[in-house]
Structures are given as C-alpha cells and as structure tokens.
Write a protein that binds this ligand. Structure first.
Ligand SMILES: [Zn+2]
Length: 141
C-alpha cells in the first residue's frame, strides 16, 4: 500500500513539474517578443517602412530573408536602405501588420510549444524552424 501512496506522490510531483514547465499561451509568447508596430510612410509611388530593421533584429532573422517574405507576399519589389525598407508600390498599410503576424506564425513561433525562441535552418529548398526551447524541428511554410 505504501508503494501505491509513493507512486501517487511521484505522480503529483510529476504533474506539478509538467505544469511549471508548460509553455505559456501563444499570445503571452508573442507579447514576450515586444515587437513594435510597423511604421510606414508613403511618398510618391513608394512606401517606406521606417523601423524595418528592428523586426529582423528582434526576431533574429536575416533582414533579406525577412524582406523577401514581404516582397513575395505583397508581390512588389523592395530593398533595404539605411535600416529602412523601401517598397516600390503602395500596399495597404494594414497589410504590413497582417503579414507580420503571419510571418510570426509561419516562420518564428514554434508550433509545438509556442516559443518565439527559434531559428531557421535551410537545406536545399526546405526551411525548418528549430526551437531552442523544446528542440522541435518544424517545416516553415
Ligand atoms: Zn518549441
């Protein structure tokens, strides 16, 4: 009987440990990133993303890889100049924050534990999100 009691105690200790180790929800993890809002400005036929470089820096992503995502999703050309991104067109300004959310979901947040502490690994055409919190490897979209 004491054996049973002991295993019950072990079980509740295990549960407590699991609870403590359980990652926070997606929104909490994303809050932890403390990302600013994209600041954009339209001038003539171009759109300037003023605080562009903050995003790849905070997300620890290659600025060109990050820009390429927006370039291909918006289907307009863009380049980086002095930390700003210049888009050769006038996309809706809300599309930047919408695409940023999508980028986080597809290429930053670990789908297994919701941690934003990840990096990308590229092999041939495959991009993998490697989670530094739980070690999961997930295919990026
Ligand atoms: Zn993870």
């Amino acid at each position: 009987m004491s054996e049973l009691k002991q295993s019950k105690e072990e079980y509740s200790a295990l549960l407590a440990r699991l609870r403590a180790a359980r990652p926070e929800g997606v929104s909490r993890s994303e809050d932890r990133l403390k990302l600013p809002d994209p600041r954009t400005m339209v001038s003539g036929k171009k759109t300037y993303w003023i605080n562009f470089i903050d995003f790849p820096n905070l997300l620890r992503r290659d600025p060109n890889e990050f820009l390429n995502y927006f370039r291909s999703q918006l289907a307009i050309n863009a380049s980086i100049e002095n930390g700003r991104a210049i888009f050769m067109g006038r996309p809706d300004k809300h599309s930047f924050s919408a695409l940023l959310q999508r980028y986080l979901k597809e290429r930053v947040i670990c789908p297994v534990c919701n941690s934003p502490d990840t990096h990308l690994e590229k092999e041939k055409q495959l991009t993998t999100i490697v989670c530094e919190a739980c070690g999961a490897r997930s295919a990026a979209k």
